[in-house]
Every structure is written in structure tokens, then in C-alpha cells.
Write a protein of this length. Structure first.
Length: 333
């Protein structure tokens, strides 16, 4: 007996042809950009080769190149590119390395060049004598001036740079602690205070942000002596003041630093020697020292870096360590 399909009424042997069949899935196409272990290795090898090629172009010794990490290599390359944009090779006067080294050794600090957006463009090699860090090590901190400064003064420095940029040629000065090597911090108890004095200049005409640079000299300010540290009289002078900062007495070593004799300063106000831009900072230090001990909390002390007028009418930077001592204020400069 033949059994027929209930769907199509065909013989059973043909039944399977009328039943719904599962659709066959087409094989998936291979992904053309699929990441594989071999592809990743090829990309790494290519990146390494490119970095090696960039490293070979850097104008440093072979020994220094061997010590460069990838981060340091890219930092140096970016620094050189920014420098090439501001100082095209065709416009830069030729200078031999021996002459450059000789000139740098005569400077009281190191040279710093910034772009209009505060990016580091140039740092002279003698920075290692001031901060204990080479140019490469300093660049590892970051690529802007704010990366190598104490973050607490960032806002003030930003305002000073904007002011200088709005008035090209106007000289501005700011003081800040700069990052130093671990060995320097262990020896001196902290980072180094540096006075940065510079101005924006236009390197080509017409002036534009891409052709404007901030050229500055960074001069270290001598660290103030702390309790328990012996200091040479050649490095410091001490003064005693009334609570209104009138000179009562001053050590004879003031002549070495400022040119005045003791008799010329006794009876004069400390504020008569200060740079106008530093008066607010000096007043804040004065209030902190004079009022701190008055609250019954014991002797109060504070430090500040200030510009003081020498007898020859030049300004010099001093780090002033002030302390309330009864009814007087004593200062170590």
C-alpha cells in the first residue's frame, strides 16, 4: 500500500521534497583587516623601525641615542620639529659647538625658548648644571613650560606670558621652583628656585603665533639656609627690623650683595628697596610673619623670593627667610 503525503498527496518517498528545508548559511567572508598575532608583530616592527630612523637623525652622540627610550625619542623629535618651525635652517646663523659651549659656560643660568602656546622649543645644554637634569630628562616631564614648573604658580605664569604676548618686546619675570633630579633634591631638600626673565619676539615678518617665540634666561636663586645648616657669609647677609620692616641693623656682608654700607640702610624701610611688582608678595610675607607670632602660636617664619634694588640701581634676586623674634623681625637673605 502506498502512503501519500498529507501536504502534496505525493507518494511518501517524495515526501521529503515538499517539507520545509533549513536554509544553508553561506560561508562568512574572511575579514580583510582582522588582527592576528603576526599582523600585530609586523606593526610593532614597523613602529620600531620608524623610531630607530627618527633616533638616528637626532643631533646627539651615539652613546646618548642608545640610552633613549621611545618616549624620550619622541619628545626630542617634537622639540626639534618645533624648533625647525620657528628657526628654519636657512635663517639660522652657523655656530660651532665649541663656541656654543663656551658662551653657555659664561651665562649665570640656562636659556629657554617657548612657542606662542607655551610649548618647549629649546633648552640649552647647561640646564644640567642648574637643575641636575639633562635636556632629555627634563623633556620626560612634559612638553610645556608648566610641566617643569611647580604647579602652584601655573596661573600666575600663564598671566605673565599672556601679558608678554600682548605686548611683544615687553620683558616679564616670574619666579618658580623647577623640577630637579632626585640627587639634587636629596642634597638641597627640594626643587630649585629659578627666576625666568624674558620677552616675546617676532622672528619673521609679518608676525604671527607660528613665528613668535618667548626667549628667556633662567637664573637660579640661591637656596635659603634652613635650621641646622651652616652658611658662608659670602652667601648670605642678615638684617634686623622693627615690626614695620624699618632696618635696625644689618651685617657688613650686605655690601658684597647690594653695595650699600650698613649706615646707609639703618633707619630706612625694607620696602624702599623692593621691586614694585614684588611689593604684594613681600607684604603678604610681612603680614604672615608679624601676625603669626602675635596669635600666641610661637615664633613665625616665612620665605619669599624678591627683587631688591642694588646701590648701582640694578635689580638682584634674593630669597628672603624672615622670622618674628619678639618685637622685631630678623631676615636672612
Amino acid at each position: 500500500m502506498t502512503i501519500f503525503c498529507s501536504h502534496c498527496h505525493r507518494p511518501l518517498q517524495a515526501e521529503m521534497s515538499c517539507l520545509p528545508r533549513k536554509a544553508k548559511q553561506a560561508p562568512s567572508a574572511p575579514r580583510p583587516f582582522r588582527s592576528t598575532k603576526s599582523a600585530s608583530k609586523a606593526r610593532r616592527d614597523q613602529i620600531n623601525a620608524e623610531l630607530q630612523a627618527l633616533r638616528s637623525l637626532l643631533p646627539i652622540s651615539a652613546q646618548e641615542k642608545e640610552r633613549l627610550s621611545y618616549l624620550h625619542t619622541m619628545a626630542l623629535v617634537c622639540l626639534r620639529l618645533r624648533g625647525a618651525q620657528l628657526f628654519p635652517p636657512g635663517l639660522a646663523p652657523p655656530a660651532g659647538p665649541a663656541l656654543g659651549t663656551e658662551l653657555l659656560s659664561l651665562l649665570p643660568g640656562f636659556l629657554l625658548v617657548l612657542s606662542a602656546d607655551s610649548k618647549l622649543v629649546y633648552i640649552s645644554e647647561n640646564v644640567v648644571q642648574v637643575l641636575g637634569l639633562s635636556v632629555v630628562e627634563l623633556l620626560a616631564q612634559g612638553d610645556t613650560v608648566f610641566d617643569i614648573l611647580d604647579g602652584q604658580v601655573g596661573e600666575d605664569v600663564h598671566k605673565k606670558l599672556l601679558l608678554a604676548q600682548e605686548e611683544p618686546g615687553r620683558e616679564v619675570t616670574f619666579v618658580s621652583e623647577m623640577r630637579t633630579s632626585k640627587a639634587f633634591r636629596l642634597q638641597h631638600g627640594g626643587n630649585r628656585v629659578v627666576a625666568v626673565c624674558g620677552r616675546f619676539v617676532s622672528l619673521r615678518w609679518p608676525p604671527s603665533p607660528s613665528t613668535t617665540a618667548f626667549l628667556a634666561l633662567c637664573t637660579p636663586v640661591v637656596q635659603s639656609p634652613t635650621d641646622g645648616e651652616a652658611a658662608s657669609q659670602d652667601d648670605i647677609f642678615q638684617s634686623m627690623h622693627l615690626l614695620d620692616m624699618t632696618f635696625i641693623d644689618v651685617t657688613e656682608s650686605v655690601t658684597y650683595h647690594l653695595g650699600y654700607h650698613r649706615e646707609e640702610l639703618v633707619g630706612q624701610s625694607w620696602y624702599s628697596l623692593l621691586h614694585p611688582e614684588d611689593a604684594d608678595l613681600a607684604a603678604a610675607q610681612h603680614r604672615a610673619v608679624a601676625l603669626g607670632a602675635g596669635a600666641g602660636a610661637g615664633p613665625a617664619a616665612g620665605s619669599a623670593v624678591l627683587r631688591v634694588l642694588r646701590k648701582d640701581r640694578a635689580w638682584t634676586w634674593l630669597r628672603v627667610w624672615a622670622r618674628r623674634d619678639g618685637g622685631c623681625i630678623s631676615c636672612t637673605c
